[in-house]
Design a protein around this ligand. Structure first.
Ligand code: NAD
Length: 340
């Protein structure tokens, strides 16, 4: 077509080498819980991949890393199909990009004829790993990692050792079936204590709380997981039947009454200005929190509007993650082999 630019061979080669690298880094991160590079370094490579694809969309294939939810199912676990797909999040790295994203979303909503102005559900982006909890008639049936978004790893027995996660929901009118999505993490104070225990036992400490949480949860022996101080906060709902709430924030109230752990930090906000204030506030206080964060997640609160906006193959169109600038890395810790 007119204006289409064929990528020069050198760019195609750069693109393919980059895509392979991103795949290998993802495998080390998700499968081995042992990242080979820092998140900032990974994000920069991923951005470059997106840049090349924006210039040359013909390079994009279905198995391009930008079209897939990063993650795999390790042979160490049984594979589990999620009832509803699990997604990643679109990232933005500056306030300007975030403003542009919010305005674009408002615009799309107006075009769809859906209700505007939007209410923004604003949450902390917990640096842990996603879990999918299937409850039937209030009973926890199964727990799985995100995996590739369609299929995750069965970690039911490991999750059973986590005190925050109820085996049985309480209350009347429990839904026939619901998938609760949340983030499993290790609280900052527990992380320090855990690493002290590791070092005292002559083992390598964990590189960061995310790694410690992932390594602890994906143990073959649930008795090992039971020794680790894992916590969880809910951040979404997947498949559901018999759960009526008009918005995500209202569903949180319901889930809380059933005994599920809801973050104390979320807010429902009006307009860009309030969202930017939230970001500035937690940018200043990010180390005063119970857990580590790597950003802020902004979501359209209304469920009907979420459904109207829908999903790409990788991310919801109704949510965005603002990433804080990377902080100084503790190079001493990085020199030590990562413990799994
Ligand atoms: P992501 O972590 O950027 O965002 C999606 C995930 O955020 C969700 O699956 C969910 O688990 C989590 N999350 C936390 N709080 C949430 C909230 N309040 N609401 C909704 N979701 C919330 O995406 P990703 O695809 O899992 O991975 C990309 C991230 O992993 C990047 O930060 C990247 O740097 C890192 N990564 C690093 C390496 C490496 O080698 N260092 C490799 C792969 C990925």
């Amino acid at each position: 077509s007119a204006g289409r630019v064929i990528p020069p061979e050198s760019l195609r080669e750069e693109y393919e080498a980059l895509a392979d690298k991103v795949r290998a880094y993802r495998f080390a991160y998700y499968n081995d819980d042992a990242p080979l590079v820092s998140d900032a370094e990974f994000d920069a490579l991923y951005r470059r991949l997106e840049e090349i694809e924006a210039l040359h969309p013909e390079l994009v294939t279905n198995d391009s890393p930008t079209q897939e939810v990063g993650g795999d199912v390790s042979a160490a676990f049984a594979a589990v199909e999620h009832l509803a797909r699990m997604y990643s999040l679109e990232d933005v790295f500056s306030v300007e990009e975030l403003q542009a994203w919010l305005r674009r979303a408002e615009g799309s909503v107006v075009k769809l004829g859906a209700q505007a102005p939007l209410k923004w559900l604003t949450e902390l982006k917990i640096d842990g790993l996603a879990v999918n909890l299937l409850y039937r008639d209030g009973r926890l049936i199964r727990a799985a990692t995100r995996g590739d978004g369609t299929t995750g790893e069965d970690i039911t027995h490991n999750v059973a050792t986590i005190k925050d996660i109820p085996q049985q929901l309480k209350g009347a009118n429990l839904p026939a079936e619901v998938e609760i999505r949340g983030e499993i993490f290790i609280a900052s104070k527990n992380f320090t204590a855990l690493n002290e225990t590791m070092v005292a036992a002559g083992k390598a400490p964990f590189m960061n709380p995310r790694n410690a949480a992932a390594g602890s949860l994906r143990q073959k022996d649930p008795a090992e997981t039971a020794k680790r101080p894992l916590s969880m906060y809910v951040h979404g709902i997947g498949a559901r039947s018999g759960l009526d709430a008009p918005s995500q924030s209202e569903s949180y109230e319901l889930l809380k009454s059933w005994g599920l752990p809801i973050s104390p930090y979320f807010k429902v906000l009006d307009g860009e200005g309030e969202v930017l204030e939230f970001i500035a506030h937690f940018g200043e206080h990010r180390h005063d929190l119970v857990h580590e964060i790597d950003g802020i997640v902004v979501k359209v609160d209304d469920f009907a509007t979420q459904r109207a906006l829908g999903y790409t193959s990788r991310v919801p169109r109704w949510s965005v993650a603002y990433k804080y600038p990377p902080e100084e890395v503790n190079t001493k810790l990085l020199d030590i082999a990562v413990n799994v």
